[in-house]
Design a protein around this ligand. Sequence first.
Ligand SMILES: Nc1ncnc2c1ncn2[C@@H]1O[C@H](COP(=O)(O)OP(=O)(O)OP(=O)(O)O)[C@@H](O)[C@H]1O
Ligand SMILES: [Mg+2]
Length: 459
Amino acid sequence: MPPSPKTPLPPYFGIDPAAAGAKLSPQIDTARFAKAASFAAKGRDDLAKRGYAPDGKKRLRKFSTWEICKYLIPVASGHFRRVLRTHPDLPQGTGEGGTKWFTLEEVLALRGHFAAEGAAGKEYQPWRPEGLPAKVIAVANFKGGVGKTSTAAHLAMSAALDGYRVLVIDLDSQGSMTSIMGGDVKDEWQTAFPLIAKDYARAVQAENTVRVAEGIAPLPFDETLTEASTISARDVIQSTHWPNIDLIGAQLNLYWAEFQVPVWRMALRSWALWDGLTNALTDEGILNDYDIVLLDTPPALGYLTINALAAADILLVPLGASFLEFDSTGRFFDMLYSTFASIEDGVNAVNRRDGLPEMKFEWDAVRALITRFDANQQTDLANVIQAYFGDFMTTYRQEMTAMVGQAGEQVNGIYEADYRDFNRDTYTRGRETFDRTWAEVKEVLLGTWWRDQQMAEKG
Ligand SMILES: Nc1ncnc2c1ncn2[C@@H]1O[C@H](COP(=O)(O)OP(=O)(O)OP(=O)(O)O)[C@@H](O)[C@H]1O
Ligand SMILES: [Mg+2]
């Protein structure tokens, strides 16, 4: 009988252990990672030289007359041209033919002119109550890839186009937001890390004054704390290619904070490890320099995220309309509850003992936001999610758009893309979805400012 034709076995059969052993390199020690990193760094430079990496300097594109009149200043293009003709001192734009192009600085100057001279009753400048501090908006969800950074970056840009002064703080050591903003961050000393270190340093100094007076050995005050004490929040703020967006950037070393913060807390139990960022923003008046502070957080409920949430007035929680993202967002809210409730319990136990008033965390508003929405596939699921989250959720769903994917590869935002590079429909829809996201958030923002103003007036 002829042997039956053999069907080849799948590739995971017939592996010879001895041959496999011979293929291995010796055991890996930690130093090997340093070698891998140094090779990768060489490779990175090589790729950068071949033009694979952006040159690092970002420039904001210009805005056309069409775009200004359609999206930025509520004025008809005929009138816009007439105003420019009669005011030769105003920016005239550059470019041949009918369409002129303006830098954002120029757009902001033009908007200022219309606000001062234009028709009354038109909203040339966005509303903001005078004398009240910036609103802090944190974008967080411990689930990865839900659209936190895309949402935060686009909100920052829409707010800037509207004319608000924006500070973006990247708390994710992956640094995606920092690259979108063209930030340059050499080490952890140019991130939010020293701000939190400074807060701890101050707590240690206060504690040590007491200890010395009582003749107890003081807590150690090392080089990091000495250096952090000299830093101000303004030292770590950098400007960006957007005239009205500033940045506190991030890079890998920022992750060190996740190890350092609990060690500090162990050394000094009374240090409020969640308050460092809040104190950095309030103590030096940073909140008076801006209208909006946007915090992008890492996909984890670590100490940096806790600092962001504690500093936030408004919390945005992006999630996709999928079972997994809904499920994990539910658990994120649960973790927020237990984390902040346990902080409150701990502090209040001490406060009650010392006869101090109890503390309570409070947010002006919390909104879950559906991102990357595909109406053909996800409407049912989104409706269910909507029903369960109720007023914790915006009714708007940020659509999936090819523009973010495409723009994402060059690490750009939709607002940075030149509309002439896209098919008209793709552009209009992509832009509209992020314009509407901004409109939703702006409504919450204005509402909370309004409420604060009413309360301030009542005293
Ligand atoms: N509206 C959208 N349309 C299409 N793609 C999108 C949209 N929003 C986000 N994306 C894409 O989804 C991916 C994840 O988005 P993003 O980086 O904003 O999420 P993230 O929550 O910040 O992730 P991480 O948890 O890693 O920080 C990115 O590739 C981004 O380009
Ligand atoms: Mg992100």
